[in-house]
Design a protein around this ligand. Structure first.
Ligand SMILES: NC(=O)c1ccc[n+]([C@@H]2O[C@H](COP(=O)([O-])OP(=O)(O)OC[C@H]3O[C@@H](n4cnc5c(N)ncnc54)[C@H](OP(=O)(O)O)[C@@H]3O)[C@@H](O)[C@H]2O)c1
Length: 413
């Protein structure tokens, strides 16, 4: 392509881990991009808490890259940029999972692009694949390991037998976890990403508040040891699926059977599995975070925006959010070691239509451990059984419950 003398000017909001890596990468790749696209990208100005003026940067840019994070002032800047006719590229999952519909509507109204590949699973191209490559497929379910911090912690607990606090400390020392890790370990970060994936998979507006999430803070060394015995891998899984004419979006620690495509995703890697009758199953995996990796996804979006046509998800269709869903559960009970205990537990489970798939029982002096995996059952029924079981006099501590995901995919004949 013949290079034009007119540079493509990019306003950069935020110059932290990702912003500074993006700035550097854009400089390093500018020649190659100019040769390919015909225009040379250059930074028109940088805004941080200490430098730059938003109005000035906006006035001298064709596209705004938002890498501040959070919703305030990021939302205001992104809306103002689009109202001024600028394309926007962002890596901000909190913003999109809470104000996505407002932002998509503004992009449509002003005829600009809003791209956000880096907001979910870092450099893994889940957004592009779902909104472009799989646009023709009817997606039934998406599963994701979309938080690298928790996947690193669970991988280390499994590999070394470390406790959760030990593995968390190690993640912090290696820079995989923040000093305040609560957004990651509580599942909230993953919930925001699953809301965005659900929006694209089902064309339904899903707000962060509609995603039910649990974190990994209560996972114990015992859970992992029993999982190994049962041939399972423990992961923090995000799931978004069509159920009963609606949409269910969850994040929870789950056991995966060894042949599930997410079971072997380890360390700080992320992965997204998309299921559709048309394509069976596709899994994408790669680094979920990191300055240079995320910056590469951001730059990919900038280059796409330099070459139209625009790509925005179509307007959302009203669909109900379903919260009571069938899961298979793992149950760990500490009980008094006396006759009839298993029978009583089984009776209560049976009353709530919960059927047991497998049991491991171990005596520990006066006490015993019952570890069971159930067949799929509505969560409300299982929780009702747990309520009754936790009140039995021989139960020594609060029942521990983790979901199990157990299917394997078969290639079409
Ligand atoms: N880090 C990752 O690996 C990663 C991966 C995927 C997605 N993301 C997303 O990328 C975005 C940026 O993350 P990050 O890790 O680069 O964050 P970061 O290191 O904390 O950097 C944030 C930048 O925004 C600036 N900033 C904060 N408040 C501002 C305000 N009110 N006005 C102007 N500038 C402000 C900061 O200014 P100062 O320099 O003055 O402090 C800093 O330069 C977030 O949306 C995050 O979720 C990050």
């Amino acid at each position: 392509m013949t290079p034009s003398s007119d540079p493509f000017r990019v306003g950069l909001l935020g110059h932290g881990t990702v912003g500074s890596a993006f700035h550097e990468l854009l400089g390093a790749r500018a020649d190659a991009i100019e040769a390919e696209v015909g225009r040379r990208p250059e930074i028109a100005g940088v805004l941080t808490t200490r430098q730059g003026d938003f109005a000035e940067i906006l006035g001298s840019s064709e596209l705004i890259v938002e890498l501040i994070g959070g919703t305030d002032p990021a939302r205001d800047y992104v809306l103002r940029a689009m109202a001024a006719g600028r394309h926007v590229v962002t890596a901000n999952k909190q913003l999109l999972s809470q104000f996505g519909e407002e932002l998509f509507a503004a992009a449509r109204e002003h005829g600009v692009q809003l791209r956000f590949e880096a907001a979910v699973a870092g450099v893994v191209p889940a957004i592009r694949v779902m909104s472009e490559s799989l646009a023709g497929a009817y997606i039934e379910r998406v599963h994701g390991i979309v938080n690298g911090t928790t996947n690193f912690i669970l991988t280390e607990m499994t590999r070394t037998g470390e406790t959760y606090p030990e593995a968390l400390r190690q993640a912090q020392e290696l820079g995989y976890a923040e000093a305040d890790p609560s957004e990651d370990v509580s599942g909230k970060d993953a919930a925001a990403k699953m809301a965005i994936l659900a929006r694209l998979a089902f064309n339904a507006a899903v707000h962060l508040d509609e995603v039910r999430y649990e974190g990994i803070e209560r996972v114990t060394v015992d859970d992992i040891a029993y999982a190994k015995e049962l041939g399972l891998a423990l992961k923090l899984v995000g799931s978004a699926e069509r159920i009963d004419g609606g949409i269910a979006v969850h994040v929870y620690p789950a056991f995966l059977y060894a042949d599930h495509p997410l079971a072997s995703v380890n360390g700080a890697f992320n992965a997204v599995t998309v299921e559709s009758p048309t394509i069976t199953e596709i899994t994408l995996s790669g680094p979920g975070a990191g300055g240079p990796q995320t910056a590469s996804a951001v730059l990919g979006d900038v280059i796409s925006a330099m070459i139209p046509p625009p790509s925005l998800p179509p307007p959302a269709v009203e669909q109900p959010i379903v919260t009571d869903v069938e899961f298979s559960f793992y149950l760990h009970l500490e009980v008094a070691d006396r006759p009839g205990v298993l029978a009583q537990v089984a009776e209560i489970l049976g009353m709530q239509e919960v059927s047991i798939k497998s049991v491991v029982q171990k005596g520990l002096g006066d006490e015993a451990r019952l570890v069971m995996v159930m067949h799929p059952v509505l969560e409300s029924k299982f929780r009702a059984a747990m309520e009754l079981i936790s009140r039995l006099d021989f139960v020594r501590s609060e029942p521990r419950v983790i979901r199990v995901i157990e299917e394997a995919f078969e290639a079409p004949a």
